[in-house]
Design a protein around this ligand. Structure first.
Ligand code: OGA
Ligand code: MN
Length: 246
């Protein structure tokens, strides 16, 4: 009796370990590093930018989409302001969810946030020709972790190292204080290092600490959307984004 209980427990633990290793291997193969990365920066980045492929099933994707669509389809995509960080999108926030979707968001809360999450979930619907330009979510409105589930489409997310000193100088300068939700510090590709991440449909990404503060993030538009040299066609993409308190 004791032996069989121990056997079951060991099998369970081994299964969990195999799953964790498989997940981290997958996550590595979904990241492509460009430029010369200082080793410590790369280690920190790998720890703080994670992708969990197949975080939700096809049925769960459908169920999320079905809850969002009636409201979302009534909004119009915004293409007007080229200065804005996002182009070709509509968005909303939701606090109350159907029980099935609530369960799934509870999983995000546990996996990505150790239980501490903002009650409003942000839903961003990007048109097929929409783009999210390089930006950093304002530290005024968002804490150290941002997570996103991708629905309906694969995409490529690029994270580019910002010039931390320049960025801090600017944001601490009261006269030019930026109250926008998404700040757009300069992040150049030349003489710099950055990473492209393949975000499969139904995956979850978890962006925290250095990845969240020291890198801009963006979703590449179709003309630039490539991973390891292969074009990644982005169709309509909905992301379910959770954040923690600043
Ligand atoms: C944002 C953002 C990323 C995503 O809304 O600020 O970066 O996955 N979204 O849609
Ligand atoms: Mn953002």
């Amino acid at each position: 009796m004791v032996i069989s209980y121990r056997g079951t427990l060991i099998r369970q633990i081994l299964r969990r370990c195999h799953r964790a290793v498989a997940a981290s291997k997958n996550s590595n193969s979904l990241t492509c590093f460009h430029g010369v990365w200082p080793p410590t920066e790369r280690r920190d980045f790998e720890q703080h930018m994670r992708i969990v492929p197949d975080f939700i099933s096809e049925a769960e994707e459908k169920q999320l989409h079905e809850e969002i669509e009636p409201y979302m389809s009534r909004l119009r995509y915004e293409f007007d302001h080229w200065d804005d960080a996002i182009h070709g999108f509509r968005e909303t926030e939701r606090k109350k969810w159907y029980p099935k979707n609530r369960e799934l968001l509870e999983r995000v809360r546990q996996v990505a946030f150790n239980g501490e999450i903002m009650p409003y979930v942000h839903i961003l619907d990007l048109a097929p020709d929409g783009v999210i330009k390089p930006h950093v979510d304002s530290t005024r409105y968002c804490g150290n972790t941002i997570s996103g589930i991708s629905l309906l489409s694969d995409s490529v997310m690029r994270l580019v190292r910002t010039d931390a000193e320049k960025y801090l100088q600017n944001s601490s300068n009261a006269s030019t204080e930026d109250t926008s939700y998404r700040q757009q510090p300069e992040a150049l590709l030349e003489n710099n290092f950055y990473a492209d991440l393949f975000l499969p449909r139904r995956s979850l990404y978890i962006m925290s600490h250095t990845a969240r503060y020291n890198f801009t993030h963006e979703i590449l538009g179709n003309e630039h959307s490539k991973f390891l040299g292969n074009p990644v066609k982005k169709t309509r993409r909905i992301s379910i984004i959770c954040r923690n308190e600043p």
